[in-house]
Every structure is written in structure tokens, then in C-alpha cells.
Design a protein around this ligand. Structure first.
Ligand code: HEM
Length: 401
């Protein structure tokens, strides 16, 4: 930190979990700037968008001068690879997430969501995170991959630990214990998928794991460790993020009863509501890139190996791009694009699926839950900065239809 730049480490303060946006606005206004040697912060929409699309900005985090010394060879998933490996691996799974394929999932997602609302009605209470936002996307991605849903407790445990490792390289942020737990969870995931892959090799089914096994066997396009890394990436990215979109969405509607009423009156606003939640309270707040070679972001010099932290949640509220950026307005006209799904070659592969799941859930929440309100002390946040969302969200209601 320099004297005239706000201290980015203040984001870590638990007090800013409930509303980090005033702090993020100060970082955005001061950005781009260097936090310390090798660590830069970018928060303006135009700069984030340019960095995400710039081929000289690498996704290979271990190129960073700040990166911890690598402990032996490890296969990275394609989120953390550059072309040509990124292009090759992404292409193998992109077909499973095209708009047509995703649209076909709608009846099944509706059926699952209806079941979860029915159970909440029977119980007479609704804890949104564990009873709706987590189980729905986890079940959907398990079914797509062909992972038995009975193993959900294991998967939840390992995924949660892996999420810790997504934290940006801010001083004091990732405790060494969290890093070693993440490494252990990665090994457990790999062992789990190695067994599942062996089963699908013996008797293939109509699922994504079987598809990847067939690709691996049909030539030299995919190694076994790449298959494993892709499975772990898909299961994690497929639910750890969507849980926050659903919970942040329900919370935003509870905090803005006028918007909830609008949605209740006109369910066709649900798609716009999802876009507005993505912009207003991004489930993935941060990502980063590593500079290949020297250059500039605006007038800020960038050196080879510098880590550039991109504040997506701040960019989404940039007044240069969005009118009244701190207002939650589900009828906001389409136009300016939020960066919640990133941009450029790593644009979220599951964006269509996440949008569909959230649209179904927010529409059902608005139309079926009568007189919903946030329970007293009903909200607690996860400590994570990268994945932002509640840990607990208790909703009171009169009835669920
Ligand atoms: C990549 C956000 C849901 C799969 C990304 C990135 C972001 C993101 C920001 C790119 C990070 C970067 O550029 O460094 C989200 C959000 C979601 C969501 C906010 C939900 C609200 C999903 C779902 C899947 C998924 C449901 C299902 C498979 C992926 C994959 C990548 C990715 C595979 C890597 C793409 C690549 O590197 O080419 N996501 N995601 N995501 N996402 Fe999502």
C-alpha cells in the first residue's frame, strides 16, 4: 500500500462482509495501482474488461513472481491454463453446455426445485443456503457428470476446502492450514474420480464422465490427469458459485420488497432479475491474471510476472458504465455488461446453466413464498472474498404454495 492508495487488505475485515461495496468503490476509484511489489489491483470496468481479453495476461498463476514454490508436477485444470492447452481442453466439454443442451435441462431443474420448495413448506421453515441454493446446483452438476448424489457430503466438504485456495494473494488472507487442507481435498477428489472413471470405463453411461473417458481412449487429445482435473473443475465450478447467485438473489429480493413485488406480479422479469443480481452482488468477486512481459494498464507500469487482481464486483458498479450503480433494479435495460462471468477466452462455460437454475429458483421464490422476510439474526456470511455469499439465510414466511 502507498499513502494515497486505500489498503486492499481491509477487505479481509469480517465487518466488511455484509457490505463491501463502499470499500470496493474506493479501490475502484484509486485503481489501477500497485499494492506491493508484484501485486496490482484493477477495479474499473474498462480496465478489467481489457485485462480479461488481453492474450498477454496469463491464467497460469504459477508464472507469478508471488507464486509459492511449486511442490512437484501437478496437472492444472483449464481455468488455469492458456492456449493452446486451454483451447483444446475447453473444446472437449463446451458441447455439454450449449444453449440447446442447457434448455433441455429445464424440466428436470424445475422438478428438483419444486421438490425443495415442497419440503420447505412441509417443514415450515426455510434456510435458503443449505435447503435450496446448495442442493439444487450440486444435484444438477452431479447428474450431468454422472456422480452419485449420495456422495454429496463428501463432495461438499472437499469443494468447500478447495474454495479456500481461490483466495487472492493478499497478505494474511489464506492461512497455511487452509492451503494444506485444500491440497488434501484435491487429492481426495482425484482419488474419488479415478475410481469413478474406472467404473465408467468398464460400463459407460450417458453422462459427462463417460464422455470424457471415451475421448481419452479415442486418441491423444486428453491425458488421464487432464480428465481428472476437468472433472474436479466442473463439479466445483458447477455449484460453489451458483449457490451464491441463488442466495445473493433471494437476499437482494428480501432487502428490496418493491422489486420482489414486481417479480411476483410478472414472472417474465426473472431473467432480468438474475442479471441484476449478478451485477449487484457478484457471486465471484475476484479473479486474477499474471503479466507475460512488461507493459501498462492505463498509465500504471506492469512487469513480467506481476499478479493483477481484478475486482469484478467493483467493476459491476462502475458509474462510468452503469446508471445508479448501487441501485438494485430488476428492470434495468439490457446494454452494459456485468463481468460476473468474466470475459474473453475464459468466459464462464456454465453461464447458461447458472442463469437457468437461478431464473427458475427466483421465479418460484417470488411467486410461491407468501410474505417472506429475513429472520432475526438469520444472515451470516462465508468468510471468503473470492466467492461471496451467505453461509446461512433463514427466511420466515406465511405459506409456500
Ligand atoms: C469460469 C463465474 C457457474 C463452469 C468462470 C469464471 C468466472 C465464473 C468468473 C472465469 C474466471 C476467470 O476468468 O479467471 C461463475 C459464476 C457462476 C458460475 C458467477 C454462477 C453464478 C458455473 C457453472 C459451471 C461453471 C454452473 C458448470 C459447469 C465454469 C468453467 C470455467 C468457468 C468450466 C472455466 C472456463 C475456462 O477457463 O475456459 N466461471 N461460474 N461455472 N466456469 Fe463458471
Amino acid at each position: 500500500m502507498t499513502a494515497d492508495h486505500p489498503d486492499i487488505a481491509r477487505l479481509v475485515d469480517p465487518a466488511s462482509r455484509f457490505d463491501p461495496y463502499p470499500l470496493l468503490a474506493s479501490f475502484r476509484a484509486a485503481s489501477p495501482y500497485a499494492v506491493s511489489d508484484g501485486l496490482l489491483v484493477v477495479g474499473r470496468h474498462a480496465d478489467c474488461s481489457a485485462v480479461l481479453r488481453d492474450p498477454r495476461m496469463s491464467s497460469e498463476r504459477d508464472r507469478a513472481r508471488l507464486a509459492p514454490a511449486s511442490k512437484g508436477p501437478r496437472t492444472r485444470n483449464f481455468l488455469h491454463l492458456d492456449p493452446p492447452d486451454h483451447t483444446r481442453l475447453r473444446r472437449l466439454v463446451v458441447k455439454a453446455f450449449t444453449p440447446r443442451v442447457v434448455a433441455r435441462l429445464e424440466p428436470r431443474i424445475r422438478e428438483l426445485a419444486e421438490g425443495l420448495f415442497r419440503e420447505a413448506a412441509r417443514r415450515g421453515r426455510f434456510e435458503i443456503v443449505s435447503e435450496l441454493a446448495y442442493p439444487l446446483p450440486l444435484r444438477v452438476i452431479c447428474e450431468l457428470l454422472g456422480v452419485p448424489f449420495e456422495d454429496r457430503d463428501l463432495l461438499e466438504d472437499w469443494s468447500g476446502k478447495l474454495s479456500e485456495a481461490l483466495e487472492p494473494p493478499l497478505p494474511g488472507l489464506v492461512a497455511p492450514r487452509a492451503t494444506s487442507e485444500a491440497a488434501r481435498a484435491r487429492v481426495q477428489f482425484i482419488t474419488y474420480f479415478r475410481e469413478l472413471i474406472a467404473q465408467r470405463r468398464r460400463s459407460p453411461r450417458d453422462d459427462l464422465v463417460s464422455h470424457l473417458v471415451q475421448v481419452e481412449e479415442s486418441g491423444d487429445r486428453l491425458s488421464e490427469s487432464e480428465t481428472l482435473a476437468t472433472c474436479v473443475l466442473l463439479i466445483n465450478a458447477g455449484h460453489e458459485t451458483t449457490v451464491n447467485l441463488v442466495s445473493n438473489g433471494v437476499l437482494a429480493l428480501l432487502h428490496h420488497p418493491d422489486q420482489l413485488k414486481l417479480l411476483r406480479g410478472d414472472p417474465s422479469l426473472a431473467a432480468g432479475a438474475v442479471e441484476e443480481v449478478l451485477r449487484y452482488d457478484a457471486p465471484v468477486q475476484l479473479t486474477s491474471r499474471v503479466a507475460r512481459g512488461d507493459g501498462h494498464i492505463g498509465s500504471l507500469p506492469v512487469l513480467d510476472g506481476d499478479t493483477v487482481v481484478l475486482l469484478l464486483g467493483a467493476a459491476n458498479r462502475d458509474p462510468e458504465v452503469f446508471d445508479a450503480p448501487d441501485t438494485f433494479d430488476i428492470t434495468r435495460p439490457p446494454g452494459a455488461r456485468h463481468l460476473s462471468f468474466s470475459a474473453g477466452p475464459h468466459f464462464c462455460l456454465g453461464a447458461g446453466l447458472a442463469r437457468l437454475e437461478a431464473r427458475i429458483v427466483l421465479e418460484m421464490f417470488a411467486s410461491r413464498v407468501t410474505a417472506p422476510s429475513l429472520a432475526e439474526n438469520g444472515l451470516a456470511y462465508r468468510p471468503n472474498l473470492t466467492l461471496r455469499g451467505p453461509d446461512r439465510l433463514n427466511v420466515l414466511f406465511d405459506d409456500i404454495q
